[in-house]
Design a protein around this ligand. Structure first.
Ligand SMILES: [Mg+2]
Length: 451
């Protein structure tokens, strides 16, 4: 691409379109893996040649979006809120929010392209020009010193905010660190992923692993011993020894431990000044979240698995410090803006969870610049060399010196996707990108939820 790319892209937007005559004609997906996890990129096609981009959340099935196709064909995509209210009954918490959210984002992209306006402007304009990124780092290294060195490398790349894992799986293999009912920890070490089971026995084992991971924290009977807590404290101590104290460091993936174990860990790591402690217990237990936050000075955070603003409301009253919606679960762009504004009324900051492609990143970035109490946006792809190349038309690198800059281009600001690249990163069992989805054209049921 040449330096005139941006201008060309602006010219490619159909400025002769009549937004009132715009209609949805097709919805297709590209199911990819490795950017950094699995996700399904979404295209909504129209009768005027413009295409809207969305994305189904990491780890979710594209079915969540495709089942909405018959409810959307023939509609004007600029009627974002009306269409969202029609389909939102088909979304749910966690990955089940992925389809509705993907569609909502693509509708915003289309509306922006049809009217020639960036999404942030349609949300009310900017509070900031650049979006602060927090760089997430999985705790693959056995020692805090090694993880600290990895985090220091992130800092050298310009990141100004970090997150790492600290919890059960780092100490589960160490004798005397965790009290656990016999056999339970094995289930946490097995990931019940797509396409791995073929025989009935393989399916049974996969389902068994899934069931173990579905045991909610209060019912797991897992406890850190004092030795386990000592080891976790030593880990974050070593990390801080390397990275110092002048950069925020959030903590995630504590494991399926109880409220009481969460309190013990939180109090022990207060002196290392975490930016927040995330998802210690399932978000549904708002009363337990109140107890957790009241027991520690560490800011308590949750929210990446909550669908719709109404799901956040009990937590906003619980006294937690940071909410952490994922646009690809929460219901998309407008719902996340509303969630952020509601949190602000309670004095709660909004960080944004994001572990997918530049489509999800830009959707989140538009909300982030347009929401006052925004704190930092997740970036999980610092080790994915091809991540930047997925999207065509964005400034490169997309994350520069720890920030994303949102441009004035219409919609999300993405001209197109790199199909050659996507074709080389298909999920197992997927045979191509943007394949026909005709089988979803006529799916029908009487969807009304009341009589
Ligand atoms: Mg998390």
């Amino acid at each position: 691409m040449t330096s005139t790319t941006a201008d060309d892209a602006l010219n490619r937007v159909n400025t002769n379109s009549k937004p009132s005559d715009l209609r949805i004609t097709d919805i297709r997906v590209a199911e990819i893996v490795g950017a950094p996890f699995t996700s399904a990129l979404l295209k909504i096609y129209t009768n005027q040649g413009i295409v809207g981009l969305g994305e189904v959340r990491d780890g979710a099935s594209a079915t969540y979006a495709l089942m909405l196709k018959s409810r959307l064909l023939g509609e004007n995509p600029c009627d974002i809120d009306r269409l969202f209210r029609r389909i939102k009954q088909f979304g749910g918490h966690g990955r089940q929010g992925g389809g509705v959210s993907a569609v909502e984002i693509a509708l915003w992209d289309l509306a922006g392209k049809a009217y020639g306006v960036p999404i942030y402007q349609m949300l009310g304009g900017k509070f900031r020009d650049k979006v602060r990124i927090y760089c997430d780092t999985d705790a693959e290294k056995p020692s805090g010193t090694e993880t600290g060195r990895r985090l220091k490398e992130r800092m050298d790349l310009g990141f100004t905010f970090l997150k790492m894992d600290l919890g059960l799986m780092q100490v589960a293999g160490i004798p005397g660190a965790v009290v656990a009912p016999a056999g339970t920890l094995e289930g946490y070490r097995t990931h019940a992923g797509r396409g791995q089971a073929r025989t009935l026995e393989e399916r049974r084992l996969r389902n068994a692993a899934y069931d173990v991971q579905n045991v909610r924290h209060p019912f797991s009977a897992l406890h850190f011993t004092d030795k386990g807590i000592d080891l976790l404290e030593q880990y974050i101590h070593e990390v801080r020894e390397v990275i110092g104290y002048e950069i925020p460091l959030a903590i995630d993936h504590v494991g399926h431990i109880s409220l009481q174990n969460g309190i013990r860990l939180a109090k022990r790591i207060e002196k290392y000044v975490p930016a927040w402690l995330e998802d210690v217990i399932p978000w549904q237990y708002a009363d337990q979240y109140r107890q957790l936050q009241e027991a520690t000075t560490v800011p308590i955070c949750t929210g990446e698995d909550i669908y719709l603003k109404e799901g956040f409301e009990p937590l906003l009253k619980s006294g937690i410090s940071v909410i952490h919606p994922d646009l690809l679960t929460s219901g998309g762009i407008l719902e996340t803006k509303k969630i952020g504004d509601a949190a602000q009324e309670h004095g709660i900051a909004m960080a944004i969870h994001m572990a997918e492609s530049p489509i999800a990143a830009m959707a989140a970035a538009h909300v982030a610049v347009a929401t006052e109490n925004f704190m930092a946006l997740e970036y999980h792809s610092a080790d994915v060399p091809w991540w930047d190349d997925i999207a065509i038309g964005l400034p490169k690198p997309i994350v520069k010196d720890g920030f994303i800059t949102v441009t004035d281009k219409p919609g999300l600001g993405i001209d197109d996707l790199n199909d050659d690249l996507l074709s080389r990163h298909l999920q197992p069992g997927v045979t191509g990108i943007w394949q026909p989805t005709d089988r979803w054209d006529d799916d029908w049921s009487w969807d009304r939820t009341w009589s």
